[in-house]
Write a protein that binds this ligand. Structure first.
Ligand code: MN
Length: 172
């Protein structure tokens, strides 16, 4: 499976990671690796979920970047009612912690499952899936997305742009 290189051009395509944050954090890590670092609230800009990966209104609030100590990024992703991701995979897996609302998720060969606050979803490496809000209710989850060789989303997702629907049928 090919994966795309994380660089500044792909920042809008990075589902759950900011490459710029990764670079700046690692620079800070090298400079002060023995000191605690507090990233103040408001220092990480919200992003609009890019249309090639999401349908509907999606806001991504980066929380932390991957670094050499914890090779997974964290982002809060808020889906307005009906908004959801395209089918995609993560090369090193992903955990989703639902923090508010009502969400839906599905893997390629499975049924749509409803998820609610406190539910934790594990998406294994390479498993095609989508996640998003229920049709009439918004949903926010913390996405903890592992990186492999600096990448957290597979390249084929960039142009795929196909979305699951709410009737349980799969748009392949
Ligand atoms: Mn995912």
């Amino acid at each position: 499976m090919r994966v795309f290189n994380v660089n500044a051009h792909h920042i809008t395509a990075a589902l759950f990671i900011s490459a710029l944050q990764l670079a700046s954090s690692e620079a800070a890590e090298n400079a002060s690796h023995r000191q605690q670092e507090i990233t103040r609230a408001g220092k990480r800009a919200s992003m609009v979920g890019p249309s090639q990966f999401f349908t509907g209104a999606v806001r991504i609030d980066p929380v932390w970047p991957a670094n050499s100590g914890i090779s997974a990024s964290g982002s809060l992703v808020t889906f307005k009612p009906g908004a959801r991701s395209a089918w995609h995979t993560h090369p090193a897996g992903q955990r989703l912690v639902v923090t508010s609302g009502v969400g839906l998720t599905q893997q390629w060969d499975g049924l749509i499952q409803e998820v609610r606050p406190g539910d934790v979803v594990w998406c294994p490496p390479g498993i095609k899936h989508w996640h998003g809000a229920a049709p009439t209710t918004s949903m926010t989850h913390l996405a903890v997305t592992a990186t492999a060789a600096g990448q957290n989303l597979s390249q084929h997702n960039q142009s795929q742009g196909t979305f699951g629907n709410y009737r349980g049928f799969i748009e392949r």
